[in-house]
Design a protein around this ligand. Structure first.
Ligand code: VG1
Ligand code: CO
Length: 543
């Protein structure tokens, strides 16, 4: 076995987006493409001797190959030890959990999350730091800078490691420990939630469906929900991770999890439905004929958090991404705790969580989590809901309706226009930014604009500043229209339009969401001229 230095030349476009580097699998398969990016990570980390890293992914096509390459590169960079999930599998929340529990120096997550997989799908890679969370921008920018100048990478020529057997092997001077991908995570969940109460709920005949979407969360959900909590076999559907996610889009929303939603709408609907995404960090919560909006889910979890043993002491604060609805702000106000508004992407929550300023975090994109790890956590949110259902004896629908009655309802929707022409999208955003200064005070479609800006975030912990994080037009009654471009897509640009309207009156809590938001949808079109600029008449996905 020898360590080799292989000459290479930079690839353009290796700047990490909202959550790591995501590209088509075919792009990753170019000789040196993955290696260059991994070398850039190691160049950023500096001396790795004595360090421990965690490595795993969501099992999508190219996962195993990438794990072997990264192990051989880690050995060449003198990493002391790598903890890798069996079969190369670790959900994103499990990576975060394992880094923290084992005191590792960081980890590499292989996933393109909610993007489709398979030979024609997407692949992704992300570096997480020692708190278990996504690397902050100063690190991702340093990695990117190295991708522009990298001219060689170091790699061992050793043969492949057996990833399917638990135990420790040696690769050059590096230890490779293959671990059970579920055990550490399951143990953490058991400490946070009232497993006895949830077990009692299932033993009384409570029925649930968890859709693993043929992605990474299946093994976790089976071990915890069917195994530890005693739910009947078959509660977890699509529970085997597949390299192409069964050809589906592993994105838990009512559009992509249509089968689950149809089941929950039917006559024989179970009591509770849930789903997770490719890498297990997203969640969708479904009641009977009711898909709970992720923003509402965050607010409801926050309002009832002390019912779960891990949160009995209460919350220090709540953080939500800017486009996420303000439902959580109302709960924070009632609890007398701060609510922080951050840019999109979990990396912006890390400092607040580390500083103990926030306990719960959430994003409108089906992402919810807490200070138990430093990633959003799909199964955690599902278990939190199970804990609330068991502790209150109420249904999902009851909890949601009672929440609205108490706090008011924030009608909310996101309209995505996927794979639009990137230049047209940039021009649209540019033109919109140009109009912002004149909007405050203007009357638009029955609303008066109070504030219009391109969101700038100053991190209250380290004072780092993130600019151009999305255009927001806030009305005097708190209703909002937000527009931003996705940072996770791999084809053209994806325009996201976020719409929110607050309604205090319980008599008006039963409206159709799109109808309730129609005036704001019209304002978004009026200000952006999206139809003319992109040629799109309809959003590709409405959630
Ligand atoms: C999207 C979501 C964002 C989320 C990110 C990663 O980013 O909007 O809220 O944090 O995906 O989620 P963007 O830039 O495409 O809007 V995951 O589950 O794909 O890691
Ligand atoms: Co994800």
């Amino acid at each position: 076995m020898t360590i080799q230095t292989i000459a290479t030349t930079p690839f353009a476009g290796q700047r990490p987006g909202t959550s790591g580097l995501r590209k088509k699998v075919t792009e990753f398969q170019q000789p040196g493409y993955l290696e260059n990016f991994v070398e850039a990570i190691f160049l950023t980390l500096g001396d790795c001797s004595g360090r421990t890293l965690v490595l795993g992914g969501d099992g999508r096509f190219f996962n195993r190959e990438a794990v072997q390459t990264i192990l051989r590169m880690a050995a060449a960079h003198k990493v002391a030890k790598v903890l890798v999930g069996r079969g190369g599998i670790l959900s994103t929340p499990a990576v975060s959990c394992v880094i923290r529990k084992h005191g590792a120096n960081g980890g590499i997550v292989l996933s393109a999350s909610h993007n489709p997989g398979g030979p024609d799908g997407d692949f992704g890679i992300k570096y997480n730091i020692e708190n278990g969370g996504p690397a902050p921008e100063k690190i991702t920018e340093a990695i990117f800078a190295h991708t522009l100048t990298v001219n060689a990478y170091r790699i061992s020529d050793a043969g492949p490691v057996d990833l399917d057997r638990i135990g420790t092997t040696q690769l050059e001077d590096m230890q490779v420990e293959v671990i059970d991908p579920v055990a550490d995570y399951a143990e953490l969940m058991e400490r946070l939630f009232d497993f006895d109460a949830i077990r009692a709920l299932f033993s009384k005949g409570f029925r649930m469906r968890f859709d693993g979407m043929s992605a990474v969360s299946g093994p976790y959900a089976k071990a915890i929900i069917e195994g530890m909590l005693g739910a009947p076999a078959g509660t977890v559907i699509n529970g085997e991770p597949r390299e192409d996610f069964g050809g589906h889009h592993p994105d838990p929303n009512p559009v992509n999890a249509a089968e689950l939603v149809a089941l929950m709408d039917g006559a024989d609907a179970p009591d509770f439905g849930a789903a997770s995404d490719g890498d297990g960090d997203r969640n969708m919560i479904v009641g009977r004929r009711l898909a709970v909006s992720p923003s509402d889910s965050l607010a409801i979890i926050a309002a009832n958090a002390t019912l779960a043993p891990g949160y009995r002491a209460g919350l220090t604060g709540i953080a939500r991404s800017m486009p996420t609805s303000q439902a959580a702000d109302r709960v924070a106000a009632a609890l007398g705790i701060p609510c922080y508004e951050t840019p999109t992407g979990w990396k912006y929550f890390g400092n607040l969580l580390d500083a103990g300023m926030a306990t719960l975090c959430g994003e409108e994109s089906y992402g919810t989590g807490s200070d138990h790890i430093r990633e959003k956590d799909g199964l955690w949110a599902v278990l939190f809901w199970l804990n609330l259902l068991a502790a209150t004896g109420k249904s999902v629908n009851q909890l949601v309706e009672e929440h609205w009655a108490r706090f008011g309802r924030n009608y909310y929707s996101r309209h995505d226009y996927e794979a639009v022409d990137a230049e047209a999208a940039d021009q649209m955003m540019g033109a919109l930014r140009g109009k912002l200064a004149e909007l405050p005070g203007q009357d638009l479609g029955g609303y008066t604009v109070q504030l219009a800006d391109d969101f700038v975030y100053t991190d209250p912990v380290d004072n780092s500043v993130a600019t151009r994080q999305g255009v927001r037009i806030v009305m005097t009654d708190g209703s909002r229209v937000v527009l931003r471009l996705s940072g996770t897509g791999t084809e053209g640009a994806t325009v996201r339009i976020y719409l929110e309207r607050y309604e205090a009156d319980p008599a008006r809590h039963g409206l159709d969401t799109q109808a309730a938001l129609a005036p704001l949808i019209a304002i978004a079109e009026q200000l952006s001229a999206l139809k003319a600029r992109t040629g799109r008449q309809q959003p590709s996905v409405v959630t």
